[in-house]
Design a protein around this ligand. Structure first.
Ligand code: FAD
Length: 392
């Protein structure tokens, strides 16, 4: 009989993990506390267009799991061949990522998640349970019992041979594992807040960029040393823009006048394409997000009983654009080990924890360091000289 697995979290990483495990003939049950985000009736469906940068790390991991699925779920991504730096005067300078056209790509988070859920639905050995919030895991030698609170406030238990926790930065799987395992764990908030803003499509077709008001094939950055604005293109001609800055700065902008003055002073060309009123409205009303890093070790419970992947194991700040990419890579690394030792899940999980940790710690550090690079380094004279020399 096929072994069973409970995958907790039907976000980006949980969906990919469920598909990869189903392809290896496990009987998978995929849980999420949200309702199905594809249904119009779902209240917490994310209607704002939040986009992510997907890089070779994420794409090759999707391809490893399934090339056709990868092609289908990534079909609307927009290549970004470099950064576009906007200075205070509104001048733009393109800085290519590589000499040979190397790109990262902009993709809509909810479209990608919904596409992955559509792929999940194609597998008869994946059973999806929305509206199930994990509250407890009882680990035993034989079966792992996951206890959920449903939307109807009922308690429901589901047994499985093992558990894969992909339930994000505030993972309940992780906190339950900490009762069973001597897990090193650290959580750090960085002094940076983010606010999503929006740049609408061009009102008339732009001669150079079509329905976009600026190049869609760049990651736009307005670096201002200890704060910055970025923007990534969406398929409909709009851009999702994100402001990053210290909490004290954001909290000091406590009136519409102060917000407008601040935006005019620092991002006047961005304000023109956002529309002054829309930008101030969004800055004032949109949620203010906190940024957190999580590190832990090991990532598993012995005897192959549980493992955590994605943000549950390594939440990082978004400045390197690698959180999801790294989560997808977790799935690839784990599946490679499972393929090499299909009969020994205990050894696979132990080896995963041992070998994956160094890479994850490094990327969390790179992500933190890249804030300085994006907000400040890209404007330094030395950096620009170095870049010029590179292209000679
Ligand atoms: P999540 O996306 O958090 O999904 C977790 C899922 O688990 C959710 O569906 C949730 O509903 C469910 N869940 C949680 N708790 C429970 C529970 N108790 N029971 C049942 N279900 C539960 N990464 C990139 O690679 N590129 C980028 O450009 C990028 N930009 C970013 C920009 C910002 C502003 C931020 C904040 C992050 C960015 N990231 C980026 C990081 C990326 O968003 C995350 O790394 C990625 O979403 C992690 O996926 P995940 O599936 O591990 O977790």
């Amino acid at each position: 009989m096929a072994e069973s697995v409970n995958v907790i979290g039907a976000g980006l990483v949980g969906c990919l993990a469920a598909i990869a495990l189903a392809k290896r003939d496990f009987e998978v049950t995929l849980f999420d506390y949200r309702q199905d985000p594809r249904l119009e009736t779902t209240k917490d469906r994310n209607l704002r267009s939040i986009n992510l940068a997907i890089s070779a790390r994420g794409i090759t991991s999707l391809e490893f799991v399934d090339e056709q699925i990868s092609q289908r779920v990534l079909k609307n991504m927009i290549p970004m061949r470099g950064r576009m730096i906007h200075d205070l005067a509104g001048n733009q300078e393109s800085q290519d990522y590589g000499l040979f056209g190397e790109c990262i790509n902009s993709i809509d988070r909810s479209v990608l998640n919904n596409n992955l859920l559509d792929e999940v639905d194609r597998f008869s050995n994946i059973h999806v349970k929305f509206g199930h919030k994990l509250s407890r895991v009882d680990f035993s030698r034989e079966k792992q019992t996951c206890v959920f609170t449903t939307d109807a406030k009922e308690q429901k238990s589901y047994d499985a041979d093992f558990v894969v926790g992909c339930d994000g930065a505030y993972s309940t799987t992780r906190s339950q594992m900490q009762r069973e395992v001597r897990m090193d764990y650290s959580q750090e908030y960085i002094d940076c807040c983010y606010i999503e803003l929006y740049i609408p499509p061009a009102e008339t077709q732009d001669a150079t960029f079509g329905s976009f008001v600026m190049s869609p094939n760049h990651l736009h950055i307005w670096p201002r040393h200890n704060f910055m604005l970025i923007a990534l293109a969406n398929g409909d001609g709009s851009f999702t823009s994100t402001f990053f800055g210290p909490w004290s700065l954001v909290e000091s902008l406590d009136s519409r006048t102060k917000i407008e003055e601040f935006l005019k002073c620092n991002f006047s060309d961005a304000l023109d394409v956002m529309g002054h009123k829309n930008a101030v409205d969004a800055f004032e009303r949109n949620p203010r997000g906190a940024l957190m890093c999580v590190e832990c070790k090991p990532y598993h419970v012995d005897q192959g009983r549980a493992i955590i992947l994605g943000d549950a194991a390594h939440s990082m700040v978004p400045f390197y654009g690698q959180g999801m990419n790294c989560g997808f890579e977790d799935v690839k690394v784990l599946m490679r080990l499972l393929d090499a030792h299909p009969q020994d899940r205990a050894a696979v999980f132990a080896e995963y924890s041992l070998n994956r940790h160094e890479d994850l710690v490094s990327i969390i550090k790179l992500a933190k360091d890249n804030y300085k690079e994006m907000s400040h380094g890209v404007t330094s004279r030395l950096y620009l000289i170095r870049k010029k020399l590179d292209t000679l």
